[in-house]
Design a protein around this ligand. Structure first.
Ligand code: C2E
Ligand code: MG
Ligand code: MG
Length: 398
């Protein structure tokens, strides 16, 4: 999927010409452009558009060549949005809303203001992108992610998962970190959401898989061949036809036994809503990798999906696990989830345990595995390696 691209135009530069193919739209970040068409070689200006406007979207939605030429009236910074991305989102919107948009587009397609005025007298188009500021900041952020990937600013840290029976470390959850040159440490909750929205999460998942498998191969030398790594992946990964090949390649490249790699996906993302997703989930299990339901209990109220999915572990979200002692509702939910895990014969991992009382209670309720600051914080591979070799205390970095 294409990432946004920054385009700089000087005065008089042409963004596209009347009759060009409709392969993308553009969001104007700064500057001003003139839209015009030609009749018998004469320029007929239609309107001006400036920062926060979009251009080129109509020809994508009508599947017609460009109906106007767009020329920069001032220096401009513009972001390109692929037709593929727009059409995919358009398909997803409510059908009634889509019909409204179709009607509006039809109206616009038939409406032409004919004028031979000077550019500065041509009317400015009304603002249509209400979320322009957010959209533009997402574009910039997305480009930052792309540059950060190229510059090696992303890396993985590892949070130990312990067996509650004896507090031994049995595996890790791999968590991504981004050290941005000016913003500092950007939390994954922020950049993962933008990468998903801009549909470029695949590059981050590929990095997580390859770095985690490389680290796992080294950690297994210290901790034994059954030591596992859980890698977080997005619902969009499951929907990609090439995703299982990517996983197989990472396993192969680092000589990892498939059953020591677990793919962690949130509940909502696990409910297959496409043939590709359904096939991929089955292929992941056929490959031998584990599938863990992350943040279990927070996403989806209809548990019917559990019947058809090849799961190997469920992770009880911190929202329930952390206040099992203090809140009777959380306690009830935790007991129910532990019972469910038992019936489904899958591992249950409690997330986000921060104190001894909570850990003690979860152990008493029969929870098999846990992770949380009470045990260990996420840490770089070398700190974990030292810990597994018995040579370091367990201070990690959050
Ligand atoms: P998650 O997969 O549920 O990961 C657990 C989060 O809880 C991590 O936050 C971890 O640092 C934090 N945590 C662990 N123990 C404790 C504790 O005792 N107390 C508290 N308060 N927090 C604890 P982090 O690393 O900020 O990641 C947040 C979320 O971002 C993750 O939630 C996951 O959904 C996503 N994420 C992280 N790395 C990746 C990645 O490589 N790929 C994808 N797709 N998502 C990722
Ligand atoms: Mg997780
Ligand atoms: Mg979680």
């Amino acid at each position: 999927m294409t990432s946004p691209t920054e385009i700089h135009l000087a005065v008089g530069d042409i963004l596209y010409r009347e009759g060009d193919p409709n392969d993308c739209a553009f969001v104007i970040s700064t500057g001003e452009v003139l839209l015009y068409y030609e009749v018998d070689g004469k320029r007929m200006p239609c309107e001006r558009r400036c920062a926060g406007h979009i251009v080129g979207e109509v020809s994508i939605l009508t599947d017609m060549p460009r109906s106007v030429t767009v020329e920069a009236l001032t220096p401009c910074l513009i972001y390109r949005v692929s037709a593929e991305q727009i059409l995919e989102n358009f398909e997803r919107i409510d059908p009634v809303l889509r019909a409204c948009v179709d009607t509006a587009i039809d109206f616009v397609a038939r409406f032409n203001v004919q004028s031979v005025a000077e550019p500065e007298n041509v009317p400015m188009a009304p603002q249509t992108l209400r979320n322009a500021d957010q959209l533009l900041s997402d574009f910039r952020f997305e480009l930052d992610i792309k540059n950060g990937l190229a510059l090696g600013e992303f890396f993985m840290v590892y949070q130990p998962v312990v067996s509650m029976a004896d507090n031994s470390i049995v595996g890790v959850e791999a968590l991504m970190r981004w050290q941005h040159p000016t913003l500092g440490g950007v939390p994954p909750d922020k950049f993962i959401a933008v990468a998903e929205q801009m549909r470029s999460i695949g590059q981050l998942s590929a990095l997580a898989l390859s770095q985690s498998c490389a680290a796992l191969a080294r950690l297994q030398m210290l901790a034994g061949p059954s030591f596992f790594a859980s890698v977080n992946i997005s619902g969009q990964d499951i929907d990609r036809p090439d995703f299982v090949d990517l996983v197989a390649h990472a396993l192969d490249q680092h000589g990892i036994q498939p059953d020591t790699l677990r793919l962690e996906v949130t509940e909502t993302a696990l409910v297959p809503d496409s043939a590709v997703a359904e096939r991929n989930l089955a292929r992941i299990r056929a490959l031998g990798c584990g599938i863990s339901v992350d943040d279990f209990g927070t996403g989806y109220s209809n548990l019917a999906y559990l019947k058809s999915l090849p799961l190997t572990a469920i992770k009880i979200d911190r929202a329930f696990a952390a206040d099992v002692n203090a809140n009777p509702v959380s306690r009830g939910i935790v007991k129910m989830l532990l019972g469910l895990g038992n019936d489904l014969a899958v591992d249950v991992v409690a997330e986000g345990l921060e104190d001894a009382d909570t850990a003690q209670e979860l152990r008493a309720l029969g929870c098999g595995f846990a992770q949380g600051y009470f045990y260990y914080r996420p840490m770089p591979e070398d700190a974990l390696a030292a810990l597994l070799s018995g040579g370091a205390d367990a201070i990690g970095v959050a």
